[in-house]
Write a protein that binds this ligand. Structure first.
Ligand SMILES: [Zn+2]
Length: 162
């Protein structure tokens, strides 16, 4: 892959900057990592290996893989965290400039909402302002638990109601 200069997402993916927990999974041009932003333990990042700035610029293969991967990552954090909701969002607009796109998959616990008195974008903003990051040991332990869920073949689950 070709890394882009001065890109945090590329630097984390290539190991130029330390990534707590390491790469969790790589699937069809996408990588999964634990977030470095202060969005709580278990918040994962899904981003293309390529330095892509706009969803419209994704390739056919990357696009086809995206939906199943976001579903699988969301299911994995749901299984481990048992959150109230899993937010999946994409801003990638640091300092008002398009950045290496990365989906944030954030399991939101009831305790998070109660502690910050907020939910949705307001909760994320409150967490950014508080700027508390999980301990590296906790991130590494979480990554060790979530990695098998994302690197082993998907289990077949019966649909609800069947
Ligand atoms: Zn990049």
């Amino acid at each position: 892959m070709r890394a882009h200069e001065e890109c945090l997402a590329c630097d984390l993916a290539t190991g130029k900057r330390p990534l707590p927990g390491g790469r969790i999974a790589e699937v069809d041009g996408w990588v999964v990592e634990h977030a470095v932003a202060p969005l709580g333990l278990g918040t994962l990042i899904v981003k293309p290996l390529r330095h892509v700035l706009h969803v419209a610029d994704l390739g056919d293969g990357e696009s086809a893989a995206l939906g199943p991967l976001l579903r699988r990552v969301s299911a994995a954090v749901t299984e481990l965290v048992r959150p109230e909701q899993v937010y999946v969002c994409l801003w990638s607009h640091a300092q008002g400039r398009p950045g290496h796109l990365h989906f944030v998959v954030q399991p939101v616990r009831k305790a998070d909402m109660e502690r910050f008195g907020a939910f949705g974008p307001s909760l994320q903003m409150a967490m950014f302002l508080k700027d508390e990051r999980p301990a590296t040991d906790d991130i590494e332990a979480f990554c060790a638990r979530v990695r098998p869920l994302l690197t082993q073949p998907a289990r077949v689950r019966p649909s609800l109601g069947q």
